[in-house]
Design a protein around this ligand. Structure first.
Ligand code: OSB
Ligand code: MG
Length: 367
């Protein structure tokens, strides 16, 4: 294939509830759809999920847009035989993972549509529905948190992740644990405990499935030290960008699990390398989220249908995040599961009316 046309559709979807983490508060999700067309008129779409602030990782929507138009598109001028080749082409650009992922996943989607098959046909064994979890932001009070968790449990979510920060940790988590003794429960600190790791040790008796990224990015030795003192497995999120990072954290014993997000690692090809590395080193791997719209969610559901993803991911129904979505069939929860989309490519169909309603700007980038 040869990419002859590219358009960026900037969108905003308001969130049903603000999402609070140890580093900030999100009230709407701004994202771009990257629409690529090849010489035969086949279209592929990728989602740029970067946030407006560099508070989760270093990339932003603005930095990723610049990386895409200035550095990544110029690498796509030739013929592309297979989407795997994009990974190789992009090796000359350092970092900029979410930018790379937006382009690479659009090319995978285009490739699947051109071959009239679902991207699941490029993955090893797959499931048709997935047990899913939900990530709950920091709430105003413990009562509100317990009520929120009860609501999600009633909706069928099979695993609950709770955002924590110093001072909003042991008490709310213990209250949830007391109300739901059997719940598959975990916590995510987004790196907030660098100066007080002892507060993480205090969570060790709650029977948590894991604790995600307690210490700051790159403190792999600190994570190793903490893991040694804990029964609860640690999980790394922000720290894992490549399969080589998996080799490092496995060798150090910094964690026992990886939260894999396709955009954080630069796309599907690197995500596959990471799954293989996790299997090689015996680390658990599960699929995380970035408040994706229906486009990124369909891609995530297809990817997470692979056998190694047995632990329910941050793959929630569209209505957990948004009032409305920009695809014709937003993900819905049924018996605690989401269906893996079966359509061609990444399995979504854009809803043009909804895109017109939530689009902020359209920019022709190529052609
Ligand atoms: O740390 O996993 C995280 C959302 C945005 C940025 C970082 C994280 C998250 C989540 C929610 O925890 C994931 C989701 O449900 O999409
Ligand atoms: Mg996380």
């Amino acid at each position: 294939m040869k990419i002859v046309k590219a358009e960026r559709i900037a969108c905003r979807l308001p969130l049903r509830q603000p999402f609070e983490t140890s580093y900030g508060r999100l009230t709407e999700k701004a994202f771009d759809l990257l629409v690529l067309t090849d010489q035969d008129g086949t279209v592929g779409v990728g989602e740029l999920v970067a946030f407006q602030q560099p508070d989760y990782i270093e990339e932003t929507l603005a930095s990723a847009r610049e990386a895409i138009s200035k550095f990544l598109f110029p690498l796509l001028t030739g013929n592309i035989d297979h989407p795997r080749d994009v990974w190789t082409l992009f090796q000359t650009v350092q970092g900029n993972f979410m930018a790379k992922s937006a382009v690479e996943t659009a090319i995978w989607d285009l490739y699947g549509r051109q071959k009239h098959c679902s991207l699941t046909s490029f993955y090893p064994t797959t499931r048709d529905k997935l047990a899913v979890g939900v990530s709950v932001g920091i709430q105003a009070s413990t009562e509100q948190l317990v009520a929120q968790v009860a609501d999600y449990v009633a909706q069928g979510y099979q695993r609950v992740k709770i955002k924590i920060k110093p001072g909003v940790d042991l008490e709310p988590l213990a209250a949830v644990r007391e109300t739901f003794p059997e719940l598959l429960l975990m916590a995510d600190a987004n790196g907030a405990y660098e100066d007080q790791p002892e507060k993480i040790l205090a969570l060790d008796e709650l029977g948590l499935a894991m604790i995600e990224q307690p210490l700051k990015i790159r403190d792999l030795v600190g994570h190793r030290r903490l893991q040694k003192q804990l029964k609860t497995p640690l999980c790394l999120d922000e720290d894992i960008r490549t399969a080589e990072d998996v080799a490092v954290v496995a060798s150090l014993d910094s964690c026992r699990a990886i939260n894999l997000k396709i955009p954080r690692v630069g796309g599907i090809t690197e995500a596959m390398r990471i799954v293989s590395a996790c299997q090689h080193y015996g680390l658990d791997v599960w699929l995380g989220g970035m408040f994706e719209s229906g486009v990124g969610r369909a891609l995530n559901l297809q990817f997470a249908s692979q056998a190694p993803f047995h632990f329910p991911g941050d793959l929630s129904a569209s209505d957990r995040y948004f009032y409305d979505d920009i695809v014709t069939e937003p993900a819905k929860i049924k018996n605690g599961c989401l269906q893996v989309p079966v359509g061609v490519g990444a399995g979504f169909t854009l809803d043009e009316e909804k895109i017109a309603a939530y689009c902020v700007s359209r920019t022709r980038l190529l052609g």
